[in-house]
Design a protein around this ligand. Structure first.
Ligand SMILES: [Zn+2]
Length: 423
């Protein structure tokens, strides 16, 4: 999907050679430019210069008959024209019609599809009444196609052919939500040509629908990941009336990991507040946990919470739990967002544990087995956090009964998963 190196003739555009002849000693040959697109992109039709119109379906088939009719610029000094004017078609003129080209850039064929590329094209002018030739751009580069008449040294027909390749450079193929990714179009070669417009597009992997990220003169675009998922990116460049489309690049936008979330603006301080609330709600006879889900609003990048609930108080001879948590995980603001939407996602969960200050038994600290099972549950599947005391004494993994209420405490991470899986 990413490989753009294929130069197989079966996958490139072939078009007939347009013509432009000029014969004369006092003027330089007129140059007509045609642009071919390397590679085939079935999603966007090939659009050559307006003067060249494809006919029929499938591969464009463009026809021109070299040297007929002659342009007015072919003067009487030109042997080709003189002969034709005399008879309407070549007769006994000496010399040959010779077509030269760079076979590393373009190939010539006698058929619009298939066939073997010509190694050379030389026909005696006598009896030559035109032919159809088809040219394919096979590799990036510029080339001058020259028709000449060996019987007249200054009778030449010059066509500037450029095979363009448009590539998309993606700074990172994996980004976390709200991170920026630099997308850059690379068009080669561009000697003598200019890109009038770039269009960067995105679609979900497996979807046929492309969405425009940017359309304008800039060859680079900063994309911010706002929808989690697997996506395809591409860029097209409009050059000399031809739209060239790059191969697709695969990118993934993932949810923030447990450490990213905890470092988010306001996340830690909100947990501190919940811990203070839990301690304040502790009495000599009761205590309770509280908790919530953590959200990320991708329209602003801000972290928030939802369904903050306080569990019922329990007596000193009971274990505490946050038993009011919403199950399954609450839905996102947009259930199946399109690439340009800005949903608010549920990305984590949090709850507090309770003091033993007024209890006659100690307990283990940190995430319980039930906490770990909650994070990993298929209907939750996000990292969690528990606010709890730091073990005392060190190495015990627990706190004793009657542990002072303002003893050292910390935030424990509850994983796996370290992040919500990418959809
Ligand atoms: Zn817990």
């Amino acid at each position: 999907m990413i490989n753009v190196s294929s130069h197989s003739p079966g996958h490139v555009k072939r078009t007939a050679l347009p013509k432009r002849a000029f014969c004369g000693q006092t003027r330089a040959p007129r140059v007509r430019r045609i642009v071919f697109v390397e590679g085939e992109n079935p999603l966007r039709p090939f659009s050559p210069l307006a003067a060249l119109q494809p006919s029929g379906g499938g591969r464009p088939r463009l026809q021109a008959r070299p040297f007929t009719p002659f342009p007015d610029s072919c003067h009487g000094a030109c042997g080709i024209k003189a002969t034709r004017r005399a008879s309407g078609r070549p007769l006994a003129a000496p010399g040959s019609v010779v077509l030269t080209w760079d076979s590393s850039v373009v190939n010539m064929y006698t058929e619009p599809t298939g066939g073997i590329a010509l190694e050379q094209f030389i026909k005696p002018f006598s009896g030559f009444n035109g032919t159809n030739l088809y040219v394919e751009g096979i590799a990036p580069g510029s080339n001058t196609l020259s028709w000449s008449y060996s019987g007249q040294s200054d009778c030449v027909d010059v066509i500037k052919a450029t095979v363009l390749k448009v590539e998309l450079d993606v700074e990172n193929t994996l980004r976390t939500l709200m991170e920026t990714n630099t997308l850059t179009a690379m068009v080669t070669p561009l000697n003598g040509l200019s890109v009038s417009e770039y269009t960067f597009e995105i679609k979900r992997d497996g979807s046929p629908t492309w969405y425009s990220l940017y359309q304008g003169p800039q060859l680079s675009f900063e994309a911010v990941a706002k929808v989690a998922g697997q996506f395809d990116l591409r860029v097209s460049a409009s050059v000399a009336g031809v739209t060239c489309v790059s191969q697709e690049k695969d990118v993934e936008a993932q949810f923030p990991g447990d450490s990213d979330i905890l470092a988010g603006q306001g996340v830690h301080s909100r947990m501190d507040q919940a811990w203070a609330n839990t301690k304040n709600a502790t009495t000599p006879t009761s205590r309770r946990e509280e908790g919530y889900y953590i959200t990320l609003d991708t329209s602003s990048g801000s972290y928030g919470i939802t369904v903050h609930t306080i569990a019922p108080s329990v007596a000193n001879n009971q274990g505490a739990s946050w038993n009011t948590a919403t199950f399954p995980r609450p839905p996102d603001s947009i259930v199946n967002p399109a690439p340009l939407e800005q949903p608010t996602y549920i990305i984590g969960w949090f709850h507090t544990h309770t003091p033993t200050t007024y209890r006659s038994v100690g307990r283990g600290v940190g995430p319980s087995g039930a906490d770990s099972g909650w994070s990993a549950n298929a209907s939750i599947n996000i990292p969690g956090y528990a606010y709890d005391y730091t073990e005392s004494p060190a190495g015990s993994g627990s706190i004793p009964a009657a542990h002072p209420i303002n003893s050292a405490a910390q935030i424990y991470t509850i994983t796996p998963p370290i992040r919500r899986p990418t959809p």
